[in-house]
Write a protein of this length. Structure first.
Lengths: 427, 308
């Protein structure tokens, strides 16, 4: 690894880790940060002091990732934390979520921005209920790449037969829930504690010829690069500097937003939804740069040929696109709030840059995240996942979540507290 | 399919622009906190890219402790004037005059007292959102910070009562009196900031670059002495028995004089600083923030009290 890393054109990978403290998740993250030389001397001194205070002989790398005082006192992590490292070819953002059952909402939160998930399995214990839960949630939230990390191989004498059996068990289960068919799954034997197969191979598992964890991370496709997506441009803000002293700006009307998927070029014919007006792209700007074409994830300003009345919450798509404006939606919802969902209440749904009041039409069933059984229910408590039908006051322009994570996702807001109380994925 | 993804600096830039525009779209009366420091200078460039040719949909505001480096204050004023945007300055010294800030001793750091002045300014102007340049990589307590962080009527941050943040669907709603702190460069590291400054060719206050300075060694830290304030007055006097050393140093962070220490360096250009950052063995705050060394949890404590 090159210690001096100053390249500019590196790509970005966002991934998450699923597992509990017992699986060595914090140790795995600590090891990745340590072996990629992200940990600097003063931080190391700090955690080795803490390790000594707690009576440990070796430096406990898991201390690198537990953040808040309240959590340190209890020795657990209760919220999603974000960590950063860079290798010289790629920059990484890790979403580190606690894995216990009562923290389903944290796992869903972490998964919502990840393109790859590392699912940790303790080699001594094999595929557990929590492994199923983590896999189901990663699948539900649309993570494309799954890395099954069979950890603590040092505690089973680096035994290949143990590893092979766990892989076979996992694959059988993954086929059952449709995960194996839909996603890219890799397996890797490792010891986060000793460092086997994370950044360095070491010599303990000569029988394993596959990639190390870092090699998998370095080559995993970045988001939005794997399939063609339709152009989606939710309008965030309209720039009209007509009061400006510059007369040329008098008619300037720029539609500002981030391209959530697809690409757009000057001259393309577009439709502005929900009204359905058509026009052509006159110009694309990023700062003072004029662009011919802009791509997914770029925040730009679009100027259209015609004067069209457009505001925040509208969506610009290419003419002929299949997107629909709907007032009835069906979605999987994860409830995030300690206050249970009340089917009698009206909530606010925020979808892209648009909001609508929403009423629960019906709850088809909720999913037991451990057995994956569908159960009848009339309400929704924190960490529950259910299939729900909503009626909307205003139309939303939606895609299915499986087709488009940006235009298929929404959050539910309780407008009495303004809290974010639910997360939805459109079917 | 072999599409080229955005480079990560472009991605970070685009994310930050998106967050700024969400603030503008969702909040009625936001403000951007601008100190003249490197992180907030990045924010200004990002705001230009987000809103030009229009004006910024928010004023700039600095909470001045009165103990800031003159070079930084001059740069702050110059930059705001170049952009033609409104700059509000509220000072901890005014809070002291009002009696809302009481120092324990003459030389107590005023850094943590900025919270009081900030809350007073929020109330004075009725701001519903403050945009800041804090980053998650700066400190442990920040790793779990939201992009849109909710503060109650007392400006308090309750780590256990934060809104879940999924996808890029940010919730910046608040009731009257409550407040959102928005952090567009949450996902940036110190290295990213320097690389962005290099790429965008951003000007910085001179003290970020290597320069000769009188310092003393105090409690293992490099402490600048006899520092001229904007008023011309000198602060940080030498204590008896201390020996003044003239050293080549630069600042990695810039804040209240009483709590930011420089590091020895001969990096006098941005590209040299990028190289030095890549090979540094000490974290940014570890090296330079005298106020974070008190305990493992001192930042968390200050944030609960309303600190940025």
């Amino acid at each position: 690894m090159n210690a001096v890393n100053t390249q500019h054109n590196d790509s970005l990978l966002r991934f998450m880790t699923c597992g509990s403290v017992d699986d060595g998740k914090s140790t795995l993250i600590g090891r990745l940060l340590f072996d990629t030389k992200t940990i600097l001397a003063d931080t190391l001194t700090q955690i080795s002091n803490t390790s000594r205070k707690r009576g440990m002989e070796a430096v406990d790398l898991s201390l690198l990732t537990d953040g808040l005082q309240a959590e340190r006192e209890q020795g657990i992590t209760i919220d999603v934390a974000y960590r950063y490292f860079s290798t010289g070819t790629r920059k990484y953002i890790i979403a580190d979520a606690p894995g216990h059952e009562q923290y389903t909402r944290n796992m869903v939160t972490a998964a919502s921005t990840a393109n790859l998930a590392i699912i940790l399995i303790d080699a001594r214990r094999g595929v557990l209920t929590q492994t199923r839960r983590h896999s189901y949630l990663a699948h539900l939230v649309g993570i494309q790449h799954i890395v099954v990390a069979v950890n603590k191989m040092d505690l089973v004498n680096y035994d290949q037969a143990t590893y092979d059996k766990i892989c076979a068990d996992y694959l059988a289960f993954a086929k059952e829930i449709g995960l194996a068919q839909a996603r890219d799954i890799r397996f890797i034997p490792m010891s986060a504690l000793m460092g086997d197969m994370l950044v360095d191979r070491l010599d303990n598992m000569p029988w394993y010829l596959g990639e190390t964890l870092l090699e998998i991370l370095e080559t995993a496709p970045a988001a939005h690069t794997e399939k063609d997506e339709e152009f989606r441009f939710p309008v965030q803000f309209v720039c009209r500097p007509h009061a400006s002293a510059d007369a040329e700006l008098h008619d300037f009307r720029g539609f500002m937003g981030r391209i959530e998927s697809g690409e757009i070029s000057v001259g393309d014919t577009v439709t502005v939804l929900p009204n359905g007006y058509q026009s052509k792209v006159k110009s694309i700007q990023l700062g003072d740069v004029q662009m011919q074409t802009a791509q997914t994830e770029q925040s730009v300003t679009l100027l259209l040929e015609d004067e069209i009345d457009t505001s925040r919450g509208d969506m610009i798509v290419k003419a002929g696109s299949t997107i629909e404006a709907v007032k009835n939606i069906e979605a999987f919802v994860c409830w995030l709030s300690e206050t249970a969902m009340s089917p009698a209440r009206t909530y606010v749904i925020r979808h892209t840059t648009r909001e609508s009041k929403a009423k629960v039409g019906s709850i088809s069933y909720k999913v037991d995240v451990n057995t994956l059984e569908e159960q009848a229910t009339t309400d929704l408590k924190m960490n529950d996942i259910a299939r729900i039908h909503f009626k909307l006051a205003q139309p939303l322009m939606v895609d299915s979540y499986s087709a488009n994570r940006a235009t298929g996702a929404f959050i539910i807001i309780d407008d009495s507290t303004n809290n974010t109380v639910g997360a939805g994925m459109l079917i | 399919m072999n599409k080229q993804p955005l480079s990560y600096l472009d991605w970070l830039e685009s994310e930050a622009i998106y967050i700024l525009r969400e603030v503008a779209g969702q909040c009625a009366n936001p403000v951007l906190l601008f100190s003249g420091g490197k992180d907030s200078l990045c924010l200004l460039r990002l705001a230009e890219k987000a809103f030009r040719p229009g004006r910024f949909p928010f004023p700039l505001m600095h909470i001045d402790t009165g103990h800031n480096y003159k070079e930084v204050i001059d740069f702050r004023d110059q930059r705001a004037a170049e952009l033609g945007e409104r700059l509000i300055v509220r000072s901890v010294e005014d809070s002291m005059k009002r009696g809302t800030v009481v120092l324990k001793s003459e030389d107590e750091s005023r850094n943590k007292h900025q919270s009081v002045t900030l809350l007073e300014a929020i109330e004075e102007f009725g701001f519903d959102c403050c945009i800041g340049g804090a980053r998650r990589d700066e400190e442990k307590a920040r790793a779990k910070e939201r992009i849109m962080s909710f503060r109650d009527e007392f400006g308090q941050w309750d780590p256990k009562n934060q809104r879940p943040e999924l996808w890029n669907l940010y919730n910046a709603r608040s009731h009257k009196g409550e407040n959102i702190r928005a952090f567009p460069i949450s996902n940036w590291t110190e290295m990213d900031v320097w690389q962005y400054i290099e790429r965008e060719n951003l000007g910085l206050p001179s003290i970020y670059y290597a320069h000769q300075r009188d310092i003393v060694m105090r409690g293992g830290s490099i402490v600048p002495v006899n520092v001229p304030l904007v008023s011309g007055e000198l602060t940080n006097p030498v204590k008896p028995g201390e020996e003044i050393i003239n050293m080549q140093v630069r600042f990695r962070t810039v804040g209240d004089i009483s709590c930011t220490a420089p590091v020895p360096s001969d990096a006098d250009t941005v590209s040299k600083i990028v190289l030095e950052t890549a090979t540094s063995t000490i974290t940014e705050r570890g090296a330079t923030r005298l106020d974070d060394q008190t305990s493992d949890a001192s930042m968390e404590q200050r944030k609960k009290e309303g600190y940025f």
